[in-house]
Design a binder for this molecule. Structure first.
Ligand code: CO8
Length: 257
């Protein structure tokens, strides 16, 4: 399928989606989000894909939702069209998604990065929720996901002042998994995604589900959930193969079943 606002590439079991609206610093218009979801739908269906990377340009992962597209919207239009429903679909994917962020990840750009399973940041990355300066608030999960990631004090300060934090501060605060030199970002993202994609896909998917569960339930329920899933993995061929390979001192050959 031909896309206008994204570029798509696959290498082995890894898919890379590059946001591509350079003139607007990858501002996330409705068409871009629809194309992103169409690409993710395809990767979800493709058994040959085990991990997805979303990235932007050197200057911007994404500078937010498209302000020009939004500015004349009315309440009934928003309510009826519910564009956030499309955004939510990105956050409900079952296969792992890495955000590889260089430059600005602001507003909806920061929210999109936080919908991914973790963020690898270039040392040039800048994160923020500047919506307050536009007379609105984050609308694609920012007040919730940022607060869970960095705690109330920093999330509140960022949402109320609109200031940006750099990659080092974002790493200290727990928003990003790792910071790398900008020139290495894509290589690191490919490598990390290849590592994940080489694992058993069903096991990766349930590991993701279990970690996400920690945000939705009590500790007791979460541990119970994890335990059920753990026992369930003994029904997979890949558990037998992984443990046999360890004991036979060889590399496992996972069949993703
Ligand atoms: N929307 C539309 N266009 C944008 C956006 C944006 N978010 N960000 C940048 N652009 C455009 C600029 O208008 C400019 O276009 P032109 O060349 O035609 O004038 C071009 O991109 C380059 O931008 P700048 O000239 O401003 O570049 P600078 O390097 O001077 O500044 C900044 C870079 C600091 C990133 C600056 O562009 C900026 O502050 N951008 C806006 C950041 C922002 O406020 N983001 C939040 C948007 S609101 C939001 O995300 C709510 C999310 C809720 C989800 C909504 C679902 C429908």
């Amino acid at each position: 399928m031909a896309y206008e606002n994204i570029r798509v590439e696959t290498r082995g079991r890894v898919a890379l989606v590059t946001l591509h609206r350079p003139a607007q610093l990858n501002a996330l218009c409705n068409a871009l989000i629809a194309e992103l979801n169409a690409a993710l739908d395809g990767f979800d269906r493709d058994e040959g894909i085990g991990c997805i990377v979303i990235t932007g340009s050197d200057k911007a992962f994404a500078a937010g939702a498209d302000i020009a597209e939004m500015r004349e919207r009315t309440h009934p239009e928003f309510y009826m069209a519910d564009p956030f429903g499309e955004w939510d679909r990105v956050g409900r994917r079952r296969k792992p998604i890495i955000a590889a962020v260089a430059g600005y990840a602001l507003g909806g750009g920061c929210e999109l990065a936080m919908m991914c399973d973790f963020i690898l940041a270039a040392d040039t990355a800048k994160f923020g929720q500047p919506e307050i300066k536009l007379g609105v608030i984050p609308g694609a999960g920012g007040t919730q996901r940022l607060t869970r990631a960095v705690g109330k004090a920093k999330a509140m300060e960022l949402c109320l002042t609109g200031r940006m934090m750099d990659a080092a501060e974002a790493e200290r605060a727990g928003l990003v998994a790792r910071v790398v030199p900008a020139a290495d970002l894509l290589d690191e993202a490919w490598k990390t995604a290849e590592t994940i994609a080489a694992m058993s896909l069903p096991v990766v998917m349930v590991a993701k589900e279990c970690v996400d569960r920690a945000f939705e339930t009590t500790l007791d329920e979460g541990v119970r959930f994890e335990r059920r899933v753990f026992y369930g993995l003994f029904a997979t061929a890949d558990q037998k193969e992984g443990m046999a390979a360890f004991l036979e001192k060889r590399k496992p050959r996972f069949e993703h079943r």
